[in-house]
Design a protein around this ligand. Structure first.
Ligand code: TPP
Length: 279
């Protein structure tokens, strides 16, 4: 458990890490990574019952997390490194040949259990892991993150139907509800319609919050945990801003998957305090 100020400091450093990693590799996805820094920090430093010391691939007797929108790997790698899963210096190897930190997650990196990046698969994996926990009488929880554009994948809705029908109530799915995707706004590409109503109609508990507000994240997860074990899967729809923290990356899909140049990197880092020390 960390207090809100500590979590904000970690998230600020995570944002610097994201920019520095993607600048160094000259490829990657800054927009969604920056938008999810507050969520990912809160999840690892406040919410989950998990630690690098006890991490196992099968996740028995620990909470498990699956990143379904694998393209935002930089934010996950930074949070894992800052939480002690591996040396922060490794962050400088993002997307390099033979690095454990590939452009999309693989289980070469400690803390990662499945490869992801092909959108739409993570909720199905999470359902399987959640059922395994029930069969093992393991009281721990499964967490996932999905992009809102990712929800256009049909497999998500098969898994959503399955989770409710099978009463998978040890699953807390989250959505990076930033309204943007690779080619433009989600509404323009393929609108999700009334997303809270859709999840509710599929039999899920729905929580909505501001995913860039750590206080709201802490409260929302505490509510989600209190709903676990009551017969329904839980989804948290987190309103976020793509590119949060860097003014010229916000309010547009243009930084979904583009690396900043040297001048843009300088401008971005000037807006992000170095709170824990750069790697
Ligand atoms: C199955 C599949 N189809 C297409 C892609 C290419 N792709 C990568 S990210 C992306 C957009 C996803 O949008 P969203 O989930 O909202 O992520 P955000 O832009 O907010 O980071 C697409 C279409 C993919 N990775 N997998």
């Amino acid at each position: 458990m960390n207090d809100v100020k500590q979590l904000q400091d970690i998230a600020a450093q995570v944002r610097r890490d994201i920019i520095r990693m993607i600048f160094a590799s000259q490829s990657g996805h800054p927009g969604g990574s920056l938008g999810c820094a507050d969520f990912m920090t809160t999840l690892y430093f406040n919410v989950m019952d998990a630690s690098p010391q006890t991490f196992t691939a099968d996740g028995k007797n620990q909470d498990m997390f699956f990143l379904s929108n694998g393209h935002i790997a930089p934010v996950w790698y930074s949070v894992l490194a800052r939480a002690g899963y591996f040396d922060v210096k490794e962050l400088g190897t993002l997307r390099k040949l033979h690095s454990k930190l590939q452009g999309h997650p693989t289980n070469y990196a400690k803390g990662v259990r499945i490869a992801s990046g092909s959108l739409g698969q993570g909720l199905s994996v999470a359902c399987g892991a959640a059922i395994a926990k029930k069969m093992n009488n393991d009281p721990n929880l499964i967490f996932t993150l999905h992009g809102d554009g990712e929800l256009q994948e049909g497999q998500i809705w098969e898994a959503a139907m399955f989770a409710a029908a099978k009463k998978i109530d040890n699953l807390i799915a989250t959505v990076d509800y930033n309204g943007q995707q690779i080619d433009g706004s989600v509404d323009n590409v393929l609108s999700l319609g009334d997303l809270p109503a859709k999840f509710a109609a599929f039999g899920w508990e729905v929580i909505q919050l501001n995913g860039n507000d750590i206080n709201e994240l802490i409260d929302g997860f505490s509510k989600a945990k209190s709903l676990a074990g009551k017969g329904k899967p839980i989804v948290i729809l987190m309103k976020t801003e793509m590119g949060q923290g860097v003014d010229f990356m916000m309010g547009t899909h243009k930084w979904h998957g583009k690396a900043p140049n040297e001048e843009q990197t300088r401008q971005a880092l000037a807006q992000l305090p170095e709170t824990l020390g750069d790697y």
